[in-house]
Design a protein around this ligand. Structure first.
Ligand code: NAD
Length: 269
């Protein structure tokens, strides 16, 4: 039987499109309610309309994951419109390809800002919402966080240095979060998922970048190299990743904490 998520109220960052939207749909299909949080409110509204039309309970909140005050405002809005959350998917992320020899400092900073600081702030505000309350805040009854890293955290592929470093940082953030949650009794599990390359907008752009940077002769060659490095012999799909997130959020994963789950056909083993 498919893992159920009845009783789960999840916030999915970067939920307006791509993997975030697919994951939100998966959570909703399994009985959860979802809040899509994204910097792009137009795409967010369209995504909520689509999920609602399918009969799911979904809402949108505008959020810039890099901005602490934006998190404050978004979480206040979420709580006011349906109560606290017990699940967070730190999915928002960006990739800007560059060879190290040409590294653009501003672009690298942007990648670290969204992927690392954005994830850290997400953990902060999820802990505040889910950990038992005190005199300063209402708190919650525990929950689960899934941080989306990448196969790029576990391999050395050329052209994606800042991105790879940022995703390795996400893995380490997860482990420190687990240590603090355990030590201080927050009742929150925190895990990482490392997706393989998904041929959606971000994945396709990455393959185009590989040709532009002169690393591969063509987009097809770049994609072929990834598949060639993957024992399962194909690219990842959004379905593959969404199913993994749903599992890690569920009670079936009640004693799974601090892991980095590769969903990459063994590319990064
Ligand atoms: P995407 O570009 O399609 O979607 C990313 C979403 O994040 C967008 O809706 C965007 O508006 C939002 N976003 C960007 N910056 C934000 C910010 N500051 N605050 C809030 N939202 C912001 O990408 P995707 O393919 O769906 O990727 C989702 C996650 O999966 C990312 O963390 C990415 O690094 C990771 N990932 C993707 C792949 C892939 O091949 N696509 C592979 C491994 C890991």
């Amino acid at each position: 039987m498919t893992t159920q998520l009845t009783g789960t109220r999840a916030l999915v960052t970067g939920g307006a499109r791509g993997l975030g939207l697919r994951t939100a749909r998966e959570i909703a299909q399994r009985g959860g309610t979802v809040v899509l949080a994204d910097i792009d409110s137009e795409a967010g509204a369209e995504a909520v309309a689509a999920l609602t039309a399918e009969g799911h309970t979904a809402s949108f909140v505008q959020l810039d994951v890099t901005d602490d005050s934006s998190w404050e405002a978004a979480m206040a809005e979420v709580v006011a419109n349906g109560g606290t959350i017990n699940a967070l998917v730190n999915n928002a992320g960006i990739e800007i390809s560059d060879l190290l020899i040409n590294l653009d400092a501003d672009n690298a900073r942007k990648v670290f800002d969204v992927n690392v600081l954005g994830t850290a702030l997400g953990i902060k505000h999820a802990f505040r919402a889910m950990a038992p309350g005190d005199e300063t805040r209402a708190g919650g009854a525990g929950g689960a966080i899934v941080n989306i890293a990448s196969v790029a955290a576990t391999i050395a592929f050329p052209g994606i240095a800042a991105y790879s470093a940022s995703k390795s940082a996400v893995q380490r953030l997860t482990k420190v979060a687990v240590a603090e949650s355990g030590r201080l009794g927050y009742g929150v599990r925190v895990n990482t998922i490392c997706p393989g390359l998904v041929p959606n907008a971000m994945g396709t752009k990455l393959a185009v970048d590989m040709e532009r940077l002169g690393l591969f002769g063509s987009v097809e060659e770049a994609v072929g190299a990834v598949v060639g490095l993957t024992p399962s012999g194909r690219l990842a799909t959004e379905d593959d990743i969404a199913a993994g997130v749903a599992f890690l959020l569920s009670e079936d994963a009640a004693f799974i904490n601090g892991v980095s789950l590769s969903i990459d056909g063994a590319m990064g083993m």
